[in-house]
Design a protein around this ligand. Sequence first.
Ligand code: CAA
Ligand code: NAD
Length: 297
Amino acid sequence: MAIKKVGVVGCGLMGHGIVQVSAQAGLEVVALETDAGALEKGLGRIRKSLDKLASKAVEKGKKTADVAKAEADSAFARIKGTGELGDLADCDLVVEAIVENLDVKKSLFAKFGEICKPDAIFASNTSSFAIGAMGEASGRPGRMVGLHFFNPVQLMRLVEVVRTDATDDDAFSEARAFGEAVGKVPVSCKDTPGFVVNRLLVPYMVQALLMLERGDASKQDIDTAMQFGCGHPMGPITLTDYVGLDTTLFILEGWCENYPNEPAFQIPEILKRKVSEGKLGRKTGEGFYKWDGDKKA
Ligand code: CAA
Ligand code: NAD
């Protein structure tokens, strides 16, 4: 794989995980944040996650404590946190994982086009927007792919690798190779709204919220039903908290604006209300449920 140095922009719920799995794969990583507090929090989560994974490897007898600790320490040492866009200049791959807002993403990709080396690959972790629009904004549509990871990145095995009509063959195959190098199972997707997973998953979450809004069942019963009736690891209301209510709303607002005739794309009032109250889910400690870190309180 030609990719040796990766830039990740945004060190929130998703970005910190992408930084971590890249560093664990032996790559040099630049983690860029505009918000110094968010960078510190993201790096803190990475340290905690690396230590947790190391102690699990020891518990399972896969590694000795010394080896597990040394690997976690060297992965962490490969990460450089920064607030400077210029630090992306020599990255082979730049993955964007900032707020789900197309205008903000497009202006960031335009900057990548100005500062990154000519053969760099640009990727977005967007949940819902067109990869092609960001490729156009960068001025290098041939170098643009989607790399859609899943939350939590450290544990979820899938990455959707999205190509547009303009994506160069080598950029696409390198992006797939990167997905494999960071331990994921890549699937190839076209540049369609929500790719494969979110086109199925987000309308399902919407239906669960509409059910809650109508009072058809309690949030606990909706979640229990899908956990024990369908074997899902967490029910849809918990999952919405886990993903982030703001991110879920941004996804739906974009889709409803761009595809007003698609009945699967609707915005439950209850979602808008929670977001306006600042209850964004796990990341703010409260959404539909209360959270204590990564666990429901
Ligand atoms: N790093 C390291 N370890 C972690 C971790 C992390 N980031 N997150 C959890 N763990 C550990 C926990 O500490 C725990 O360890 P112990 O067994 O020692 O206690 C272990 O992993 C299991 O975690 P939990 O006890 O919290 O519970 P769990 O067994 O339910 O597993 C889960 C957690 C993997 C998140 C599981 O609930 C799950 O798969 N949930 C569904 C997640 C999902 O659907 N994600 C996709 C969201 S949609 C998306 O991402 C796309 C989009 O664009 C919106
Ligand atoms: P988040 O709110 O947790 O983190 C976003 C981070 O980006 C914040 O820390 C913010 O300070 C930073 N940021 C914003 N603008 C920036 C800029 N111009 N430069 C640098 N940093 C900037 O959001 P998230 O949940 O990590 O989502 C990030 C992206 O990943 C979104 O596009 C989202 O749709 C997508 N995604 C989210 C999930 C999920 O489950 N949350 C899953 C897959 C994909």
